[in-house]
Design a protein around this ligand. Structure first.
Ligand SMILES: *Cc1c(COP(=O)(O)O)cnc(C)c1O
Length: 397
Protein backbone atom coordinates (compact mmCIF):
# COMPACT_ATOMS: atom_id res chain seq x y z
CA UNK A 1 0.00 0.00 0.00
CA UNK A 2 1.25 3.48 -0.85
CA UNK A 3 1.55 5.99 1.96
CA UNK A 4 0.25 9.49 1.48
CA UNK A 5 2.80 12.27 1.03
CA UNK A 6 1.69 13.67 4.40
CA UNK A 7 2.67 10.46 6.18
CA UNK A 8 5.97 10.11 4.33
CA UNK A 9 7.00 13.53 5.56
CA UNK A 10 6.69 12.72 9.28
CA UNK A 11 9.89 11.99 11.18
CA UNK A 12 9.56 9.66 14.16
CA UNK A 13 10.11 11.32 17.54
CA UNK A 14 13.84 10.95 18.36
CA UNK A 15 12.95 11.17 22.04
CA UNK A 16 10.72 8.13 21.84
CA UNK A 17 13.24 6.24 19.66
CA UNK A 18 15.93 6.54 22.35
CA UNK A 19 13.46 5.75 25.07
CA UNK A 20 12.46 2.55 23.23
CA UNK A 21 16.12 1.47 22.83
CA UNK A 22 16.83 2.23 26.51
CA UNK A 23 13.81 0.15 27.56
CA UNK A 24 14.93 -2.74 25.32
CA UNK A 25 18.38 -2.69 26.93
CA UNK A 26 16.84 -2.57 30.37
CA UNK A 27 14.56 -5.51 29.56
CA UNK A 28 17.66 -7.42 28.45
CA UNK A 29 19.11 -6.89 31.92
CA UNK A 30 21.35 -3.83 31.39
CA UNK A 31 21.71 -1.27 34.19
CA UNK A 32 20.42 1.66 32.15
CA UNK A 33 20.38 5.22 33.47
CA UNK A 34 17.64 7.07 31.66
CA UNK A 35 17.95 10.85 31.31
CA UNK A 36 15.79 10.68 28.20
CA UNK A 37 12.32 10.68 29.64
CA UNK A 38 10.11 13.72 29.37
CA UNK A 39 7.80 12.96 32.28
CA UNK A 40 7.87 13.24 36.08
CA UNK A 41 9.08 10.11 37.85
CA UNK A 42 6.49 10.62 40.61
CA UNK A 43 3.18 8.79 40.72
CA UNK A 44 -0.07 10.72 40.34
CA UNK A 45 -1.10 12.01 43.82
CA UNK A 46 -3.42 9.63 45.65
CA UNK A 47 -6.38 12.02 46.04
CA UNK A 48 -6.51 12.47 42.26
CA UNK A 49 -6.50 8.73 41.62
CA UNK A 50 -9.30 8.24 44.14
CA UNK A 51 -11.56 10.64 42.26
CA UNK A 52 -11.03 8.66 39.06
CA UNK A 53 -11.90 5.40 40.85
CA UNK A 54 -15.09 6.92 42.30
CA UNK A 55 -16.06 8.33 38.91
CA UNK A 56 -15.60 4.90 37.38
CA UNK A 57 -17.68 3.23 40.06
CA UNK A 58 -20.38 5.88 39.78
CA UNK A 59 -20.79 4.94 36.11
CA UNK A 60 -19.08 7.90 34.48
CA UNK A 61 -18.37 5.65 31.54
CA UNK A 62 -20.17 7.38 28.67
CA UNK A 63 -19.33 10.02 26.06
CA UNK A 64 -19.08 13.50 27.51
CA UNK A 65 -19.41 16.84 25.70
CA UNK A 66 -16.77 16.89 22.93
CA UNK A 67 -14.95 19.84 24.50
CA UNK A 68 -15.01 18.28 27.98
CA UNK A 69 -17.36 18.21 30.99
CA UNK A 70 -18.59 21.63 32.08
CA UNK A 71 -17.23 21.10 35.64
CA UNK A 72 -13.71 20.77 34.26
CA UNK A 73 -14.02 23.74 31.91
CA UNK A 74 -15.33 25.83 34.82
CA UNK A 75 -12.39 24.80 37.01
CA UNK A 76 -9.97 25.64 34.17
CA UNK A 77 -11.65 29.04 33.67
CA UNK A 78 -11.25 29.74 37.39
CA UNK A 79 -7.60 28.65 37.32
CA UNK A 80 -6.85 30.89 34.34
CA UNK A 81 -8.53 33.80 36.10
CA UNK A 82 -6.94 33.31 39.53
CA UNK A 83 -3.45 32.28 38.49
CA UNK A 84 -2.92 33.91 35.10
CA UNK A 85 -5.21 36.94 35.19
CA UNK A 86 -7.02 35.65 32.12
CA UNK A 87 -10.77 35.84 31.85
CA UNK A 88 -12.27 33.07 29.70
CA UNK A 89 -15.77 31.67 29.57
CA UNK A 90 -16.07 27.86 29.71
CA UNK A 91 -17.19 27.99 26.03
CA UNK A 92 -13.79 29.41 25.15
CA UNK A 93 -12.04 26.37 26.60
CA UNK A 94 -11.60 22.96 25.02
CA UNK A 95 -10.21 19.90 26.77
CA UNK A 96 -8.29 17.46 24.58
CA UNK A 97 -6.31 14.23 24.72
CA UNK A 98 -3.21 15.87 26.24
CA UNK A 99 -1.69 19.27 25.52
CA UNK A 100 -0.04 17.72 22.46
CA UNK A 101 -3.50 17.13 21.04
CA UNK A 102 -4.57 20.67 21.98
CA UNK A 103 -1.59 21.97 20.01
CA UNK A 104 -2.42 19.73 17.07
CA UNK A 105 -6.00 21.00 16.96
CA UNK A 106 -4.83 24.60 17.22
CA UNK A 107 -2.34 24.34 14.34
CA UNK A 108 -4.88 22.48 12.21
CA UNK A 109 -7.52 25.20 12.50
CA UNK A 110 -5.09 28.14 12.22
CA UNK A 111 -2.56 27.21 9.50
CA UNK A 112 -2.56 26.05 5.94
CA UNK A 113 -0.39 25.69 2.82
CA UNK A 114 1.65 28.79 2.19
CA UNK A 115 1.57 29.98 5.80
CA UNK A 116 4.68 30.50 7.87
CA UNK A 117 5.00 29.84 11.57
CA UNK A 118 7.83 31.42 13.54
CA UNK A 119 9.43 28.78 15.73
CA UNK A 120 12.28 29.67 18.09
CA UNK A 121 15.06 27.08 18.06
CA UNK A 122 15.79 24.92 20.05
CA UNK A 123 12.16 23.82 19.77
CA UNK A 124 10.12 20.93 21.08
CA UNK A 125 10.09 18.57 18.12
CA UNK A 126 6.31 18.04 17.88
CA UNK A 127 5.77 21.73 17.02
CA UNK A 128 7.87 21.26 13.90
CA UNK A 129 6.01 18.16 12.76
CA UNK A 130 2.58 19.55 13.61
CA UNK A 131 3.28 22.73 11.63
CA UNK A 132 4.41 20.65 8.65
CA UNK A 133 1.30 18.48 8.92
CA UNK A 134 -0.79 21.59 8.17
CA UNK A 135 1.26 22.22 5.04
CA UNK A 136 2.69 25.33 6.68
CA UNK A 137 6.38 26.20 6.82
CA UNK A 138 8.24 26.47 10.12
CA UNK A 139 10.54 29.52 10.12
CA UNK A 140 13.28 28.67 12.59
CA UNK A 141 14.90 31.44 14.59
CA UNK A 142 18.02 30.39 16.44
CA UNK A 143 18.35 31.37 20.08
CA UNK A 144 21.60 30.70 21.91
CA UNK A 145 23.00 29.91 25.30
CA UNK A 146 24.44 33.44 25.45
CA UNK A 147 21.00 35.09 25.25
CA UNK A 148 19.43 32.54 27.61
CA UNK A 149 17.72 30.74 24.69
CA UNK A 150 15.17 33.53 24.38
CA UNK A 151 13.81 35.05 21.22
CA UNK A 152 14.41 38.81 21.07
CA UNK A 153 11.96 41.36 19.62
CA UNK A 154 14.48 42.15 16.85
CA UNK A 155 14.80 38.50 15.93
CA UNK A 156 11.02 38.18 15.82
CA UNK A 157 10.64 41.31 13.68
CA UNK A 158 13.27 39.97 11.30
CA UNK A 159 11.48 36.63 10.91
CA UNK A 160 8.05 38.04 10.09
CA UNK A 161 6.95 38.16 6.44
CA UNK A 162 3.55 38.78 4.84
CA UNK A 163 3.01 35.02 5.04
CA UNK A 164 3.57 34.77 8.81
CA UNK A 165 0.56 33.51 10.70
CA UNK A 166 1.79 32.46 14.11
CA UNK A 167 4.55 32.54 16.66
CA UNK A 168 5.06 29.52 18.91
CA UNK A 169 6.14 30.38 22.45
CA UNK A 170 7.01 27.79 25.08
CA UNK A 171 7.83 29.24 28.48
CA UNK A 172 9.14 27.53 30.57
CA UNK A 173 10.81 25.78 27.68
CA UNK A 174 11.42 22.19 26.79
CA UNK A 175 14.35 21.56 26.16
CA UNK A 176 16.18 24.62 27.54
CA UNK A 177 14.20 25.45 30.70
CA UNK A 178 14.21 29.14 29.66
CA UNK A 179 11.53 31.28 31.32
CA UNK A 180 10.58 34.58 29.70
CA UNK A 181 10.19 37.49 32.11
CA UNK A 182 7.25 39.87 31.91
CA UNK A 183 9.49 42.51 30.37
CA UNK A 184 10.81 40.13 27.72
CA UNK A 185 7.26 39.13 26.82
CA UNK A 186 6.24 42.79 26.59
CA UNK A 187 9.00 43.33 24.05
CA UNK A 188 7.67 40.47 21.93
CA UNK A 189 4.08 41.61 22.44
CA UNK A 190 4.79 44.94 20.72
CA UNK A 191 6.08 43.18 17.62
CA UNK A 192 3.17 40.73 17.63
CA UNK A 193 0.56 43.48 17.86
CA UNK A 194 2.16 45.60 15.13
CA UNK A 195 2.53 42.67 12.75
CA UNK A 196 -0.89 41.15 13.42
CA UNK A 197 0.34 37.56 13.77
CA UNK A 198 -1.15 35.14 16.30
CA UNK A 199 0.51 33.29 19.16
CA UNK A 200 0.38 29.72 20.37
CA UNK A 201 1.59 29.87 23.95
CA UNK A 202 2.45 26.45 25.37
CA UNK A 203 2.46 26.86 29.15
CA UNK A 204 2.56 23.18 30.12
CA UNK A 205 5.55 23.73 32.49
CA UNK A 206 4.05 26.81 34.14
CA UNK A 207 4.03 25.25 37.62
CA UNK A 208 7.64 24.13 37.44
CA UNK A 209 9.62 27.34 37.94
CA UNK A 210 12.56 27.90 40.30
CA UNK A 211 14.52 30.65 42.04
CA UNK A 212 11.35 32.65 42.59
CA UNK A 213 10.84 33.11 38.84
CA UNK A 214 7.34 34.15 37.85
CA UNK A 215 5.39 32.49 35.07
CA UNK A 216 3.61 35.08 32.94
CA UNK A 217 1.11 34.19 30.25
CA UNK A 218 1.68 36.45 27.25
CA UNK A 219 -2.09 36.60 26.72
CA UNK A 220 -2.45 38.46 30.01
CA UNK A 221 -0.35 41.44 28.87
CA UNK A 222 -2.98 43.10 26.71
CA UNK A 223 -6.63 42.31 25.81
CA UNK A 224 -5.72 42.81 22.13
CA UNK A 225 -3.06 40.14 22.50
CA UNK A 226 -5.44 37.74 24.25
CA UNK A 227 -7.64 37.96 21.13
CA UNK A 228 -4.77 36.59 19.03
CA UNK A 229 -3.44 33.96 21.43
CA UNK A 230 -4.21 30.31 22.03
CA UNK A 231 -3.12 29.38 25.56
CA UNK A 232 -2.16 25.72 25.88
CA UNK A 233 -1.80 23.92 29.19
CA UNK A 234 -2.61 20.59 30.84
CA UNK A 235 -2.16 18.38 33.88
CA UNK A 236 0.59 16.03 32.62
CA UNK A 237 3.70 17.75 33.91
CA UNK A 238 2.47 19.61 37.00
CA UNK A 239 0.48 16.73 38.50
CA UNK A 240 2.49 13.75 37.23
CA UNK A 241 -0.44 12.74 35.02
CA UNK A 242 1.20 12.06 31.65
CA UNK A 243 -0.67 8.81 31.12
CA UNK A 244 -4.10 10.29 31.76
CA UNK A 245 -4.01 12.38 28.58
CA UNK A 246 -5.71 15.62 29.59
CA UNK A 247 -4.67 18.96 28.09
CA UNK A 248 -6.60 22.08 27.28
CA UNK A 249 -6.67 25.22 25.16
CA UNK A 250 -8.20 28.61 25.87
CA UNK A 251 -8.77 30.89 22.90
CA UNK A 252 -11.24 33.28 21.28
CA UNK A 253 -14.60 31.56 20.80
CA UNK A 254 -14.28 31.24 17.02
CA UNK A 255 -11.03 29.33 17.41
CA UNK A 256 -12.27 27.10 20.24
CA UNK A 257 -15.39 26.34 18.22
CA UNK A 258 -13.32 25.28 15.18
CA UNK A 259 -11.06 23.13 17.38
CA UNK A 260 -14.14 21.49 18.93
CA UNK A 261 -15.62 20.76 15.51
CA UNK A 262 -12.35 19.20 14.41
CA UNK A 263 -12.11 17.16 17.61
CA UNK A 264 -15.74 16.04 17.18
CA UNK A 265 -14.63 14.15 14.06
CA UNK A 266 -11.40 12.70 15.41
CA UNK A 267 -11.20 11.71 19.08
CA UNK A 268 -14.48 13.16 20.44
CA UNK A 269 -14.12 13.82 24.17
CA UNK A 270 -11.01 12.86 26.13
CA UNK A 271 -11.49 9.97 28.58
CA UNK A 272 -14.39 10.67 30.93
CA UNK A 273 -12.82 9.50 34.18
CA UNK A 274 -9.53 11.26 33.38
CA UNK A 275 -11.54 14.47 33.10
CA UNK A 276 -12.96 13.89 36.59
CA UNK A 277 -9.42 13.34 37.87
CA UNK A 278 -8.27 16.57 36.21
CA UNK A 279 -10.97 18.51 38.10
CA UNK A 280 -9.52 17.18 41.30
CA UNK A 281 -5.94 17.98 40.21
CA UNK A 282 -6.73 21.62 39.41
CA UNK A 283 -9.24 22.35 42.17
CA UNK A 284 -7.89 20.09 44.94
CA UNK A 285 -4.99 20.15 47.38
CA UNK A 286 -1.78 21.50 45.80
CA UNK A 287 0.59 20.16 48.47
CA UNK A 288 1.78 17.21 46.35
CA UNK A 289 2.74 19.63 43.59
CA UNK A 290 4.79 21.70 46.04
CA UNK A 291 6.56 18.57 47.24
CA UNK A 292 7.46 17.54 43.66
CA UNK A 293 8.65 21.06 42.95
CA UNK A 294 10.98 20.97 45.96
CA UNK A 295 12.48 17.68 44.76
CA UNK A 296 12.94 18.98 41.21
CA UNK A 297 14.64 22.10 42.56
CA UNK A 298 17.17 20.05 44.58
CA UNK A 299 17.95 17.78 41.64
CA UNK A 300 18.38 20.75 39.37
CA UNK A 301 21.03 22.21 41.70
CA UNK A 302 22.85 18.92 41.84
CA UNK A 303 22.83 18.16 38.12
CA UNK A 304 23.98 21.70 37.29
CA UNK A 305 26.80 21.46 39.79
CA UNK A 306 27.97 18.16 38.32
CA UNK A 307 27.69 19.25 34.67
CA UNK A 308 29.38 22.61 35.02
CA UNK A 309 32.28 20.93 36.85
CA UNK A 310 33.16 19.01 33.66
CA UNK A 311 35.73 20.72 31.45
CA UNK A 312 34.26 21.60 28.05
CA UNK A 313 30.60 21.48 29.14
CA UNK A 314 28.73 24.77 29.13
CA UNK A 315 25.31 24.87 30.70
CA UNK A 316 22.85 27.69 31.31
CA UNK A 317 20.80 27.73 34.50
CA UNK A 318 17.28 26.67 33.54
CA UNK A 319 14.56 28.72 35.20
CA UNK A 320 11.88 26.07 34.79
CA UNK A 321 10.72 22.63 33.57
CA UNK A 322 12.90 19.58 34.41
CA UNK A 323 15.61 19.60 31.77
CA UNK A 324 19.16 20.81 31.37
CA UNK A 325 20.51 21.53 27.91
CA UNK A 326 24.30 21.64 28.02
CA UNK A 327 26.50 22.68 25.10
CA UNK A 328 28.98 19.91 24.32
CA UNK A 329 30.36 21.18 20.99
CA UNK A 330 33.83 21.51 22.54
CA UNK A 331 34.23 17.75 22.25
CA UNK A 332 33.72 17.48 18.50
CA UNK A 333 36.77 16.22 16.69
CA UNK A 334 37.92 14.26 19.74
CA UNK A 335 38.00 10.48 19.86
CA UNK A 336 36.77 7.80 22.20
CA UNK A 337 38.83 4.62 21.73
CA UNK A 338 39.28 5.38 18.04
CA UNK A 339 35.74 6.66 17.32
CA UNK A 340 35.50 10.34 16.47
CA UNK A 341 32.70 12.40 18.04
CA UNK A 342 31.11 14.89 15.68
CA UNK A 343 27.67 15.58 17.11
CA UNK A 344 25.20 15.16 19.92
CA UNK A 345 23.93 12.15 18.02
CA UNK A 346 27.40 10.49 18.14
CA UNK A 347 27.77 11.28 21.83
CA UNK A 348 24.27 10.04 22.72
CA UNK A 349 24.91 6.80 20.84
CA UNK A 350 28.28 6.29 22.51
CA UNK A 351 26.87 6.93 25.99
CA UNK A 352 23.99 4.55 25.45
CA UNK A 353 25.94 1.69 23.88
CA UNK A 354 29.13 1.95 25.96
CA UNK A 355 27.86 3.16 29.33
CA UNK A 356 24.10 2.50 29.21
CA UNK A 357 23.25 6.18 29.71
CA UNK A 358 20.26 7.38 27.69
CA UNK A 359 19.90 11.07 26.86
CA UNK A 360 18.57 13.02 23.90
CA UNK A 361 20.87 14.47 21.23
CA UNK A 362 20.25 18.16 20.58
CA UNK A 363 19.32 17.43 16.96
CA UNK A 364 15.90 16.44 18.29
CA UNK A 365 15.44 20.12 19.11
CA UNK A 366 17.29 21.55 16.12
CA UNK A 367 20.90 21.90 17.37
CA UNK A 368 23.26 18.94 17.64
CA UNK A 369 25.95 20.83 19.58
CA UNK A 370 23.81 20.19 22.65
CA UNK A 371 22.34 17.27 24.57
CA UNK A 372 19.22 17.22 26.74
CA UNK A 373 19.08 15.54 30.13
CA UNK A 374 15.89 15.21 32.11
CA UNK A 375 16.27 15.37 35.88
CA UNK A 376 12.87 13.85 36.48
CA UNK A 377 14.63 10.94 38.11
CA UNK A 378 15.97 10.32 41.63
CA UNK A 379 19.14 11.83 42.96
CA UNK A 380 21.05 8.53 43.19
CA UNK A 381 20.33 7.80 39.52
CA UNK A 382 21.50 11.30 38.60
CA UNK A 383 24.73 10.75 40.54
CA UNK A 384 25.48 7.39 38.91
CA UNK A 385 24.59 8.75 35.44
CA UNK A 386 26.78 11.82 35.82
CA UNK A 387 29.67 9.64 37.01
CA UNK A 388 29.40 7.66 33.79
CA UNK A 389 29.07 10.73 31.55
CA UNK A 390 32.00 12.44 33.23
CA UNK A 391 34.18 9.35 32.78
CA UNK A 392 33.42 9.17 29.05
CA UNK A 393 33.97 12.88 28.45
CA UNK A 394 37.30 12.72 30.29
CA UNK A 395 38.40 9.90 28.03
CA UNK A 396 37.73 11.92 24.86
CA UNK A 397 40.90 13.30 23.33
C1 LIG B 1 5.12 17.19 27.53
C2 LIG B 1 4.88 18.38 26.67
C3 LIG B 1 3.64 18.64 26.09
C4 LIG B 1 2.51 17.65 26.04
O1 LIG B 1 2.00 17.19 27.16
P1 LIG B 1 0.72 16.25 27.16
O2 LIG B 1 1.14 15.04 27.92
O3 LIG B 1 0.33 15.94 25.76
O4 LIG B 1 -0.32 17.03 27.87
C5 LIG B 1 3.45 19.81 25.40
N1 LIG B 1 4.44 20.69 25.24
C6 LIG B 1 5.67 20.46 25.73
C7 LIG B 1 6.73 21.47 25.50
C8 LIG B 1 5.94 19.30 26.46
O5 LIG B 1 7.17 19.06 26.91
Amino acid sequence: MELARRARGISPSPTLTIDTRAKEMKAAGANVINFGVGEPDFDTPEHIKEVAVSALQAGMTKYTAVSGIIELRRVIAKKLQDENGLSYKPEEIIVSVGAKHSLYNAFQVLCQEGDEVVLPEPYWVSYLEQIKLCGARPVLVKTTLENGFKLTPDQLRGAITPRSRLLVLNSPSNPTGAVYSRRELEGLADVILTSGIGVISDEIYEKLVYDGEEHVSIASLDPKLKKRTVVINGVSKAYAMTGWRIGYAAAPLRVTKAMTDLQSHSTSNPTSIAQAAAVSALAGDQEALQEMLRKFAERREYILERLTAIDGVQCSRPGGAFYVFPHVGAFWGKQYRGTEMKSGTDLARLLLEERQVALIPGIAFGDDDYIRLSYATDRETIREGLDRIEAVLKELR
